[in-house]
Design a protein around this ligand. Structure first.
Ligand SMILES: [Zn+2]
Length: 195
């Protein structure tokens, strides 16, 4: 993995970054492209300013990327559901049941809450394990993706072969490449210095 930092001088006019005409993941001829957009955290004409990256891909890698939920979201949901359900009945059994009409549902609500927490934790653990096992197929960047539970909170975007993140405090867009050759070409095309 190799990282390229792009300094953002004007957040309202982020640079247009170019990629070489080959799949960013495997280096084969470009057949399609997938987009990444990063929110610059500023507005222009009432809309959020986005830095858009158009990552070239071959069809094979693009399809892999489209199927990435198989090793991220789906293990999280299935793992979370199974373990959450397994926690539900024991939690219901030990929960104190209310004795007044207002508290009758307490045990049920308590068990629901416990199974939600257990589901989120075990779903994340299973997602982590599946991702680790998927490295030979999807590349090392897969393991760097935030877990589903955190992915809504982070301002970065990942594709197989390339990921990008906006570091607000430093005004830097950090682009991480799986493959050194793609990183080198990206640096050349955008006249970026080597660190
Ligand atoms: Zn490819």
């Amino acid at each position: 993995m190799i990282t390229v930092d792009v300094k953002i001088n004007d957040k309202k006019n982020p640079p247009l970054l170019k990629f070489a005409n080959r799949c960013v993941n495997c280096g084969k001829t470009k057949e399609t492209s997938l987009g990444i957009s990063l929110n610059m955290g500023v507005e222009k004409k009432g809309g959020a300013v986005l830095l858009k990256l158009d990552a070239p891909m071959c069809n094979l890698c693009a399809n892999k990327e489209r199927g990435i939920a198989k090793v991220t979201l789906i293990p999280f949901l299935i793992g979370g559901f199974i373990f959450g359900m397994m926690a539900f009945l024991p939690a219901w059994a030990i929960a104190p049941e209310g004795t007044t009409p207002q508290t009758y549902g307490f045990g049920f609500a308590f068990a629901g809450f416990v199974s939600l927490i257990v589901g989120i934790i075990s779903g994340s653990v299973i997602e982590f394990l599946v991702k680790t096992l998927a490295i030979p197929f999807y590349g090392k960047l897969i393991a760097k993706r935030p877990l589903t539970i955190f992915s809504l909170l982070t301002e970065s975007d990942q594709l197989i072969g390339v990921s990008a993140k906006f570091l607000k405090d430093e005004n830097i867009v950090r682009v991480t490449f799986e493959n050194e050759e793609s990183a080198r070409e990206f640096r050349q095309l955008n006249s970026l210095e080597t660190k």
